[in-house]
Design a protein around this ligand. Structure first.
Ligand code: SAH
Length: 367
């Protein structure tokens, strides 16, 4: 089987060429072809010797997931359905704004966390995406949108807020993020990458050491009782410990703060009392709050809070000195909004297995 070099960060690419008896700069040449020129055919890499090109074509490939569906919403939001090995699908979303363009990518096929308000949860869990499948979403979006790392800025930010819990696919997510940051690949600054997590505490500490990108935490409730109902993971990693992990995450980096995501569910977590409790909880935290109006999906018992409740909730946080924004709903006419990504999981048999030991996944490097 040919080895898929998409998803190989620079040092692994160098190791690959070292094994072939080639100089390390071959790695740089190939990375530039792949990410700066969008080339996936070794024969087209004209600054490599002909024999090397032929050798590479025999033993290696540059293989992104296959796009099986494209939709563009009335507000310009793009959504791609991508097929991954094994017959399942995942989704990737591009959100253009006046001053930036954000690509929202998935990290797993399905999700084990089973948050009660999220449609991905209803799909069950199939497997982790490989690093190639994660960076492949960015690579394909660049191609589709005509983004070149040295050209006009079309994709300025990447958020890991699609399907899956990125910290339960730690190694592959880190490898893909390394490529996003490498000047030979995407060249995004680390603050332009945001990883959103429900709060896998040990992995948060590892992330800080390995790849301290911007952090978003899905909080959704100001106390353990309510949060455990919405985000079952909270029973394992309750709020006080999560808050300490967030403090550790930003402690060594002066200007950083944690973005707390808070889905606004009518009559569930959206009262002024909840807002005041939340303000107290985040009092000493370098934090900003992102209120996300709930995006409904078929079969959900929840409803979106009305705009007045969201405004008064926000007002209370603002008055307590917390920077708070209400996330604009984008792409909901094509089911591309937060929590509406479903992809397609045909094989759910592995879900119960993974649930037992969510954070003891072996680091799997290769697809
Ligand atoms: N597993 C990661 C990232 C995936 S979801 C996490 O939990 O952070 C990205 C964000 O969308 C999370 O904050 C998630 O809680 C939120 N979300 C999920 N379902 C939603 C829905 N139906 N409406 C609005 N936001 C939702």
């Amino acid at each position: 089987m040919r080895v898929n070099l998409l998803g190989y960060p620079r040092r692994e690419m160098e190791a690959f060429f070292a094994k072939l008896g080639e100089a390390p700069f071959r790695a740089s040449q190939v990375l530039k072809w792949v990410y700066h020129s969008g080339v996936d055919d070794f024969h087209a890499m004209t600054n490599l010797s002909k024999p090397l090109r032929e050798r590479l074509a025999e033993i290696a490939s540059i293989e992104a997931p296959e796009i099986t569906g494209r939709q563009v919403a009335s507000d310009g939001t793009h959504k791609w359905l991508m097929q991954v090995a094994g017959g399942n699908c995942m989704e990737t979303v591009y959100i253009p704004e006046v001053d930036r363009g954000t690509l929202c990518i998935s990290s797993q096929v399905g999700c084990v966390l089973n948050c009660s308000f999220c449609s991905t949860a209803q799909q069950g869990f199939n497997r982790n995406l490989s690093a190639a499948e994660i960076i492949g979403q960015v690579w394909l979006a660049c191609r589709e949108l005509g983004h070149h790392p040295n050209g006009p800025r079309i994709i300025t930010n990447v958020v890991l807020m699609g399907m899956g819990e990125p910290l339960l696919n730690f190694e592959n997510v880190v490898r893909a993020m390394e490529l996003m940051m490498d000047d030979l690949a995407l060249g995004l600054g680390r603050r332009r990458i945001t990883l959103s997590t429900a709060g896998i505490i040990p992995a948060l500490d590892r992330l800080r050491e390995r790849c301290p990108v911007s952090l978003a935490v899905s909080l959704h409730a100001p106390d353990d009782e309510l949060r455990s109902q919405l985000v079952p993971l909270n029973r394992k990693y309750p709020i006080p410990e999560l808050m300490n992990a967030c403090r550790r995450y930003v402690a060594h980096s002066p200007k950083s703060q944690v973005t707390f995501e808070y889905v606004m569910l009518s009559g569930v977590n959206d009262s002024p009392t909840h807002a005041r409790k939340l303000a107290r909880l985040l009092r000493d935290m370098p934090a900003k709050v992102n209120l996300i109006p709930f995006n409904p999906f078929p079969g959900t018992p929840y409803q979106r809070s009305d705009p007045e409740s969201i405004d008064s909730f926000r007002q209370i946080l603002l008055e307590a000195g917390l920077v708070t924004i209400t996330r604009k709903t984008r792409g909901d006419d094509i089911d591309a909004a937060c929590g509406q990504l479903v992809g397609r999981v045909t094989d759910r048999t592995r879900r119960s297995l993974r649930l037992r030991a969510p954070d003891s996944e072996p680091a799997s490097h290769h697809p």
